[in-house]
Design a protein around this ligand. Structure first.
Ligand SMILES: Cc1ncc(COP(=O)(O)O)c(C=O)c1O
Length: 361
């Protein structure tokens, strides 16, 4: 089935009002958004419209029962100025995995990619040129059916909007290992990018921030011993030259696009990579033996965010200076060079938006 996407252009672009040299994360929104509605078992009314508010019925079921999910990815420009997107099919696939877990409809690849290409063609002037800046892309879906009562909704809305953004974290983060709160347990929704996962993490995060930490490092929900992830990033450790990250097998962590890319880059660079359970005890022992060389989080927003220090059971553990962290600095540089089209895309990760196909529509 082919989906036609109509376009209603914004009467006036406000791109010239934006200071691209000073871009806080997620504050400015580009001129257009893509919207599609799901009813009668399929997606309808696929449209690009001027960016603006939705009007929602008070009984809109997502607001009450939480069938809501989102995605996040980034567009940059290649050396010729063409919009490029990093591994959008991984995000499309994850969106459908989240949707399936939340009993929401999936999105056909063709609809997702055409919507993305068309929107980025129209709003390509919003892709920043400044180093470390990019156009953040936010696809999301929520249940729109108007009813009160717990059952799977029959109506949904899918939308994509974009925001020009600057660098996310600029300095190493201090993280707090939570013994009290849990983000995910086997059988739950930890692997899905469900909106509710983020809502449930707000209060624990607020508590950690009040104590002077930037983020929470989550442990597993059963033993409270094994690392899961940091706030909105996957976690990596370098112990005695080996790159270690928790595996995906429990279904409790997000299958991060950056995580997967780091693993593949590290293997390509000849490093040993282990996807396995890793406990706080192991990390603290490695720390005392002088073998904990690095800890970092990775995700679309921050790319790599080095951990400067972590807190566990009343103690702060300081990590080596970022300049000495050879492996992660090397991986970050290569990752960013591929993502911005500067280094050879040996893995086929870059999607170039076919501007010529859509520019005149
Ligand atoms: C909970 C969580 N873990 C990990 C990630 C990193 O995933 P990705 O690299 O696909 O952005 C994110 C961000 O999307 C996240 O929200």
């Amino acid at each position: 089935m082919s989906y036609k996407i109509s376009v209603e252009k914004a009467p006036k672009s406000h791109v010239s009002e934006i200071d691209f040299k000073n871009l806080p994360f997620g504050k400015y929104f580009s001129d257009h958004m893509f919207v599609a509605d799901y009813y009668d078992g399929d997606w309808h009314d696929c449209r690009i419209v001027p960016f603006g508010d939705f009007s929602l019925h008070p009984a809109t079921s997502a607001i009450h029962y939480g069938q809501a999910l989102f995605e996040g990815m980034k567009a940059e420009r290649d050396e010729d100025g063409n919009p490029i997107v990093f591994r959008p099919l991984k995000n499309w696939n994850r969106l459908n995995i989240s949707a399936t877990r939340l009993a929401m409809p999936t999105l056909p690849e063709e609809l997702f990619m055409n919507a993305l290409d068309k929107l980025l063609t129209l709003d390509r002037a919003w892709i920043p040129n400044e180093p470390l800046s990019s156009l953040y892309i936010r696809p999301f879906m929520f249940a729109t059916e108007k009813y009160v009562g717990i059952r799977v909704a029959e109506h949904y809305r899918f939308c994509i909007f974009t925001c020009p953004v600057g660098a996310y974290y600029t300095k190493p983060v201090k993280v707090y290992i939570s013994e009290k709160y849990v983000r995910a347990a086997p059988g739950g929704v930890g692997f899905a990018k469900a909106a509710g996962n983020y809502g449930a993490a707000m209060m624990p995060m607020q508590e950690a921030q009040k104590l002077g930490y930037d983020q929470l490092l989550w442990l597993d929900g059963i033993h409270h011993r094994y690392f899961q992830e940091i706030g909105t990033m996957n976690i990596f450790f370098v112990i005695d030259g080996v790159l270690v990250t928790p595996g995906l097998d429990q279904g409790t962590i997000l299958d991060g696009v950056t995580r997967d890319s780091m693993i593949r880059l590290a293997e390509d660079e000849g490093y040993i990579v282990q996807e396995r359970d890793i406990s706080v005890d192991e990390v603290i022992n490695a720390y005392h033996e002088g073998k904990l060389e690095d800890m970092f989080g990775c995700g679309t927003a921050a790319v790599i965010s080095h951990i400067g220090a972590f807190h566990y059971k009343g103690e702060d553990y300081e990590l080596p200076p970022v300049e000495t962290r050879e492996m992660s600095n090397k991986l970050k540089k290569r990752f960013m060079d591929i993502k911005s089209g500067k280094a050879e895309d040996v893995f086929g990760w870059i999607h170039t938006v076919p501007v010529g196909v859509y520019a005149n529509q």
